[in-house]
Ligand binder design. Structure first.
Ligand SMILES: Cc1cc2nc3c(=O)[nH]c(=O)nc-3n(C[C@H](O)[C@H](O)[C@H](O)COP(=O)(O)OP(=O)(O)OC[C@H]3O[C@@H](n4cnc5c(N)ncnc54)[C@H](O)[C@@H]3O)c2cc1C
Ligand code: FES
Ligand code: FES
Length: 466
């Protein structure tokens, strides 16, 4: 098995340690860097956050990532940065802001916050306000400070970044005390360590954010096919009005895509509802579809966009509609050796799309019920509609009867009320920790009406509909 070569802070690492070892364990127990902390090991607390720098056409792109859910293999050919790798002779700008605002008490969470905030400082090209800086620590939890002091530190960081030179970001950040100067040499050093090819059979693993949580104790015994270690197409290709995601396209790739933001009102906000920044940075669309969670957010969104998936295996390529992929609870129309290589959908001019997600807290939570809709219309008439819902049955559900019912109808209060009754007939929620069956049924019907209030404010009012 080929070893894993990458740069850890300022050092070249070459290791034969098993590639499924988590990056967290490698950092703490092999590299002996103890600044990166172990909290939950499930992606929830952010104590283990590191930066991963990936070489690309426009230099190295740094993302924050939960090292507890990242296989060592995904570090190959990249620059991994822990809190130790951000040290200057004194504190860096982010560390100073945290200390000056009492943003640290016991200190357990602090390395994770510092790494996330430095990642933001490196990558940000446009910072509208302090809330953007605060948003970058949406995956970091602190049980001591109450967050207000950390928010004040974020305000200071925002002020310090006002004059960032986005043409020469690394130079500016090094000169202004955010990162150590060795970062400037990383792009050239990474060119020397192209990742080696790995085995192409075994259970596919992309981001690892699902697999490491589900199979944490067994993962060393499972042969894995590391999808992120070979060069692939760009994560998103837009041809006319057709959008193609590669199987390893991440939620962040989608969130940052300009075509999607320009053509789907609210797209950025919808993507922000998926997990947290360090999870979005590594979680992929292929993983979301195959994990087959009945409440997978990307799955519900793509069902309503009437997406197709391309499955590639040594026997060839198959293309099928996503709505035909789910056959029963965690049962898929997929052979073990098939990989989701592409996910595609059309976005005709004038498409109206909406996504709703209800959870116990707004961010970093899975849905009780989620639902999406896309509509093509001419005047008041709906030409075609695609509706989907999660949390109301054993699989992520395309609402066939409701979608069909809406096609050809005019948008009106009566039609929407009737369509909500059709929904009732094609769902089978069960009571669980996220709510009773009755609650989920009522919730979905109200969210469905909410879709129309968001999409057709010129035609409908809340008073009429609810
Ligand atoms: C803290 C936390 C918060 C989360 N929040 C959300 C949330 O808000 N919304 C949400 O929808 N999900 C959420 N998730 C679930 C998870 O992050 C997503 O489902 C993610 O998209 C999985 O992608 P991955 O690349 O990490 O999958 P992996 O863990 O790498 O793989 C998941 C499964 O898919 C298979 N697989 C992966 N890629 C492919 C492929 N291309 N072809 C065939 N099979 C493949 C793997 O074999 C495995 O069975 C959360 C997870 C965590 C840990
Ligand atoms: S240890 Fe909690 S997110 Fe990794
Ligand atoms: S300072 Fe103690 S957990 Fe944040």
């Amino acid at each position: 098995m080929p070893g894993t070569r990458f740069i850890l802070n300022n050092n070249l690492e070459e290791t034969g340690i098993h590639p499924s070892t988590t990056l967290l364990d490698y950092i703490r127990y092999e590299a002996n860097l103890k600044g990166t902390k172990i909290g939950c090991r499930e992606g929830d607390c952010g104590a283990c956050t590191v930066l991963i720098g990936e070489p690309g056409d426009n230099g190295v792109r740094y993302i924050s990532a939960t090292s507890c859910l990242t296989p060592l293999a995904n570090a190959a050919g990249r620059h991994v940065v822990t809190v130790e790798g951000l040290e200057l002779s004194g504190m860096n700008k982010v560390q100073s802001a945290m200390v000056e605002n009492s943003g640290t008490q016991c200190g357990f969470c602090t390395p994770g916050f510092v790494v996330s905030l430095c990642g933001f400082a490196i990558q940000a090209t446009k910072i509208d306000g302090p809330e953007d800086v605060i948003g970058s620590v949406d995956g970091n939890i602190c049980r001591c400070t109450g967050y207000k002091s950390i928010e004040r530190a974020c305000h200071d960081i925002w002020n310090s970044l006002q004059h960032k030179d986005t043409h020469k970001p690394l130079e500016w950040l090094a000169e202004n005390g955010f990162i150590p100067p060795y970062f400037l040499k990383i792009p050239d050093r990474l060119k020397q360590i192209q990742p080696q090819a790995r085995q192409e059979n075994g259970l596919p693993i992309a981001g690892g954010t699902d697999l490491y949580v589900q199979k944490h104790d067994d993962i060393d015994d499972i042969p894995l096919h590391y999808l992120k270690t070979r060069p692939t197409d760009p994560p998103i290709i837009v041809e006319g009005r057709k959008v193609h995601f590669s199987g390893i396209c991440t939620v962040t790739d989608m969130l940052e895509n300009r075509f999607l933001s320009e053509n789907i009102a609210g797209w950025y906000g919808f993507m922000k509802l998926v997990s947290s920044t360090p999870i979005r940075n590594i979680a992929t669309v292929g993983g979301n579809l195959v994990n087959a969670s009945p409440i997978g957010d990307l799955t519900i969104i793509l069902l309503a966009l009437d997406a197709t998936i391309e499955l590639t295996s040594p026997s060839g390529i198959r293309i099928l509609h996503l709505k035909e992929f789910y056959k029963g609870y965690k049962t898929l129309d997929k052979q073990p050796d098939e990989i989701i290589s592409k996910v595609s959908f059309d976005l005709p001019e004038g498409t109206r799309f909406n996504f709703e997600k209800v959870c116990k807290r707004t961010y970093l939570d899975i849905a009780s019920v989620n639902t999406a809709i896309s509509i093509q219309k001419q005047g008041k008439k709906i030409i075609s509609a695609h509706c989907s819902a999660g949390g109301i049955g054993p699989v992520p559900t395309y609402l066939h009867a409701t979608s069909e019912f809406l096609s050809g109808k005019e948008v009106s209060v009566r039609v929407i009320r009737e369509a909500a009754e059709v929904i009732e007939s094609e769902i089978s929620p069960i009571s669980d920790v996220r709510g009773s069956a009755e609650y989920k049924r009522d919730l979905l019907k109200n969210l469905f009406k909410g879709h129309f209030l968001s999409l057709f404010p010129e035609i409908l009012t809340m008073e009429e509909l609810v």
